[in-house]
Design a protein around this ligand. Structure first.
Ligand code: PEP
Ligand code: MG
Length: 915
């Protein structure tokens, strides 16, 4: 039996988005819920897959080449080749017959005939993949119009103006999308006609102008591609193929890669053939987009735009500025009520904020599409929390709705009000965050400049879906036209880029690459700051402020804390970082890298003397001074973290990192000799540096090995820590201190430094202060040998913490300092690696070692505490892996603490669902 490719709305299953696409599924759902939807049918994604089938491999190869973002000329040649292959394909067998049969059914249901000169049926042919790819694929409206049916439409509706408006739109759209004719030819002709008739806004065009446009547009088509097809069936067939083809438009390919939409998530597009309803029939008609809540702030009120006398594409293209939904409510209260009820019903059944497209045709409301809304991170968090409180979703569902990236984005900087910066323009705050960048005026330049390492703000009059590669390259987006639902706004929100749109008091001159605003002229390369929280635009670089947690996020994270199993601490080395960590909910410090405390010049100098000292006495003299300085910083941090654990790691990096380069000293010696100076101390320094030099410092004299060579170093560092703690205890505070030994590979190293350095210091401080200290001693597990011999180690310590940065380096034998900018990008490209292992924990190798080691450690010492303090502790996928192992806590950089709290909760919810 041949495959069934075509389904009416009443016979499809709306839950099957993979087969029917998101848009198709939503039409089915709305129809089945009793909302008014124009009749239509869906051609499944399976049909599209079978359409590409015969050339799938060739197409995949070209897609892969396009994905590498070649220069524009190569890109254009690849697109031409790709499209000519696709255009040579036929519809899969049996599909057309099914389409014809369903068109007949549509004719019966509507009482109109396709191609009938008296009472014509018109349809839209719309794309729609399993996941929403806003504006990335194509749609054709008003299909079925020709020189005869246009007259029928005029008669039937008693509205000649409307019929010709629809016809000129159709020829333009068909020419651009189906026949691939450059849209500039049409828009230039349209602008010329507008000028000729002295018309500013499209609805003012007289009927003669529309008829003239029809003739001119047909001529444009004829000159590029031969006569405009008058047969509606031919139009339909070509349009279906074009919508299939648009799955492989460069922007769609690029979007899928950027958003990681792989074929297991969405494979090919469905095609929705839907009876046309007309928003351009007059002032009681129009088209709009509405969200069930405010997608900028999350407030619970309908939010959206309505454009009278218009068709769908006018709203998203941002060509005319629409009225807001409050105005719509005033003008059409009954329609508003119907819309409100429909949208809220959809929100309830779909358990998420809805983004609904609708059209009003002569006072009758039609629902054309619904989907889960894309919104700002702030709105995402607020709506999730509110919907849980309203009982629409559970707390767990609310937690699963907010992505860890949303949380990171919510911690975007704000403009510092104290900077008193004067804005030069104001637009709509379409996507939050304040950023500064250098101005560029087209997407290709954005990509080029970004490749050169520059931060750019892309300024456009309005954006088209084809600009999307520029969005990814830019740090922010600015447009002078369009509303909150314009393409620029939707995409910027979706990919989390700050954006200001519709800044109408500014002028972007794309040709001459200048921005005129507030009496200033800014050229390409000039710096601007845009604030996507307020919609303001500033010249130059404006200082920004550190973010705060909004109350809704605090609430959501409290819910996260109730369900997560994994503890969350922070990696912090300075009092400022510790304060941020505590504010963001860290349950302690999981890693304080002591060496970062040597950043101050006087301390670095002392440390150098310690390293270069030629005997123990000399070293101790300098250590005495250093420990006093460090003690004060420890006190400050322990005080901030009062009552919460702070893991202080003894000095770790290779010693050469703190020393001058031997070549530099040699140069000074030569210069000194030439000018007759005494260079003997420089020579001593040089000899010492040469003696300390190592071929592989990363694998050299570092970490615990330094503690073994110079136990007095560990003694004094411990003394600084212990005295800080004992002094605070005397002041009535509650410091909870843990000392960690790095780079261990054998338990005997731990025993040795404990005996020779750490324990004597603790004893001495306890004795001299009379304060009983309860300091835990632990070690990093960051060498392979430590992981493999963890049973012995576990019996010797109170805690272990996996240093997954070094462990990844050791397990792969990849240098963590070099691999990421040498060969890892190529490995990712060639799919030798699925992800950068320094970013996401390698699930097959490193994770296995961590899991085995943590289990063995707990078996050997059930009281042991197990943490992770590598960068992976702040990365959601890795957190999910850690949550499943016997790990007690992760430690992440302070700004990632909120994200880690949420990711840990999501991992717990996901695993409780699996159980
Ligand atoms: C690690 O190796 O994972 C770690 C936390 O230590 P560092 O990054 O300081 O080497
Ligand atoms: Mg390390």
């Amino acid at each position: 039996m041949p495959k069934k490719y075509v389904f009416d709305f009443d016979e499809a299953d709306y839950r099957n988005k993979r087969l029917f696409g998101g848009k198709g599924a939503s039409l089915v759902q709305m129809a089945q819920l009793g909302l008014r939807v124009p009749p239509g049918f869906i051609i499944t994604t399976e049909a599209c897959k079978d359409f590409f089938g015969p050339k799938r491999e060739e197409i995949a190869e070209l897609e892969a080449q396009l994905a590498r973002q070649p220069p524009p000329d190569v890109r254009d040649a690849l697109i031409t080749k790709l499209f000519s292959i696709i255009d040579s394909l036929d519809l899969p067998q049996g599909l057309w017959e099914e389409v014809v049969e369903h068109m007949k059914r549509l004719e019966d249901r509507t009482g109109r005939r396709f191609g009938d000169p008296k009472n014509p049926l018109l349809v839209s042919v719309r794309s729609g993949a399993a996941v929403s790819m806003p504006g990335m694929m194509d749609t054709v409206l008003n299909l079925g119009l020709n020189d005869e049916t246009v007259k029928g439409l005029a008669e039937q509706t008693n509205n000649e103006w409307f019929a010709y408006d629809a016809y000129r739109r159709f020829i333009n759209m068909f020419g651009r999308i189906v026949l691939n004719i450059d849209d500039k030819l049409f828009s230039k002709a349209w602008d010329d006609i507008k000028r000729k008739y002295g018309v500013k806004e499209d609805p003012q065009m007289p009927i003669e102008g529309l008829k003239e446009a029809v003739e001119i547009f047909k001529k444009i088509v004829a000159e590029s591609r031969g006569a405009f097809p008058q047969d509606p069936w031919e139009q339909l067939k070509l349009a279906i193929k074009a919508v299939f083809r648009s799955w492989d438009s460069p922007r769609a390919i690029f979007y899928r890669i950027a958003e990681k939409i792989t074929s297991d998530i969405a494979d090919c597009t469905a095609v929705n053939v839907v009876t046309m309803v007309f928003g351009n029939m007059g002032w009681d008609s129009g088209t709009g987009v509405v969200f069930s809540r405010d997608v900028a702030t999350g407030e619970n009120r309908l939010y959206g735009e309505f454009l009278p006398v218009a068709q769908g594409e006018d709203v998203v293209a941002g060509i005319r500025t629409p009225m807001d939904i409050d105005e719509f409510k005033k003008r059409f209260p009954h329609l508003y009520e119907e819309l409100y009820n429909g949208v809220k019903l959809l929100e309830k059944v779909n358990k998420d904020v809805q983004d609904v497209e609708f059209t009003v045709e002569r006072g009758r409301l039609y629902f054309l599409q619904c989907r889960n809304a894309k919104m700002t991170p702030m709105a995402r968090v607020k709506t999730a929390v509110d919907m849980a409180k309203e009982g629409i979703i559970t707390k767990d569902e609310a937690l699963m709705k907010v992505s860890p990236e949303h949380v990171l984005q919510l911690l975007y900087p704000r403009i510092d009000p104290k900077a008193n910066a004067r804005p030069i323009a104001k637009g709509l705050p379409a996507s939050p965050g304040a950023v500064s960048g250098q101005l560029v005026f087209n997407p290709d330049d954005a990509v080029k400049w970004a490749r050169d390492g520059k931060k750019v703000v892309l300024a456009r009059v309005e954006t088209k879906p084809d600009d999307v590669h520029g969005f990814y390259a830019a740090v922010g987006i600015l447009t002078t036209r369009g509303g909150m639902t314009s393409h620029a706004a939707v995409v910027a929100r979706a990919i989390g880029k700050p954006a200001v749109v519709g800044a109408e008091d500014a002028v972007v001159d794309e040709q001459n690459k200048v921005l005129r605003a507030g009496g200033l002229i800014l050229k390409e390369g000039d710096w601007v700051t845009i604030d996507g929280n307020t919609g303001l635009v500033y010249p130059g670089v404006v200082p920004t402020l550190e973010p705060e947690l909004i109350p809704e996020l605090e609430e959501l994270l409290r819910w996260a804390d109730e369900v997560r199993r994994l503890g969350v601490r922070a990696n912090a080395d300075l009092p400022e970082d510790a304060a941020i960590a505590r504010k963001f909910g860290a349950e302690g410090i999981g890693l304080l890298r002591i060496e970062r405390m040597f950043r101050k010049p006087e301390r670095l100098d002392l440390l150098r003397r310690i390293i270069l000292a030629e005997n123990r006495e000399e070293r101790i003299k300098h250590l005495e001074q250093l420990y006093r300085m460090l003690k004060e910083d420890f006190k400050a941090i322990f005080e901030i973290m009062d009552g919460l654990p702070v893991v202080v790691r003894l000095i770790d990096p290779p010693l050469h990192e703190f020393l001058p380069k031997p070549e530099e000293v040699l140069q000074q010696i030569c210069e000194g000799r030439m000018s007759g100076k005494d260079v003997s101390s420089l020579e001593r320094l040089y000899n010492r540096l040469k003696a300390l030099q190592e071929a592989n410092p990363m694998l050299g004299h570092r970490g615990v090995r330094v503690g073994v060579s110079y136990p007095e170093v560990y003694y004094y560092l411990t003394k600084a820590i212990a005295e800080a703690a004992s002094e605070l205890k005397k002041e009535g505070r509650n410091p909870v201190v843990e000392i960690m030994i790095p780079q261990v590979s054998d338990v005997r190293e731990i025993k040795y430094v404990k005996e020779k350095g750490i324990m004597p210091a603790l004893r001495d401080v306890e004795e001299s202060s009379g304060v009983k200290l309860d300091i835990k001693i632990g070690t990093m597990i960051e060498t392979v040998r430590a992981a493999l011999t963890v049973e012995k180690i576990a019996r010797e310590v109170d805690f272990i913490s996996f240093g997954t940065n070094d462990l990844t380096q050791a397990v792969f034998s990849f240098s963590r300092d070099d691999a990421e900018n040498k060969f890892i990008p190529q490995y990712l490209d060639l799919k030798i690696l699925d992800a950068d292992p320094f970013e996401t924990l390698d699930p097959e190798g490193v994770a296995k070692l961590v899991e085995q080691a943590s289990r063995s450690a707990k078996e050997a010492n059930p009281a042991i505490e197990v943490g992770v303090c590598g960068e992976h502790g702040g990365e959601p996928k890795s957190i999910s892996l850690f949550s499943r192992m016997k790990i007690d806590y992760v430690s992440a950089s302070p700004f990632r603490v909120p994200l880690a709290r949420l990711a840990a909760a999501q991992a717990a919810i996901a695993s409780s669902k699996r159980e």
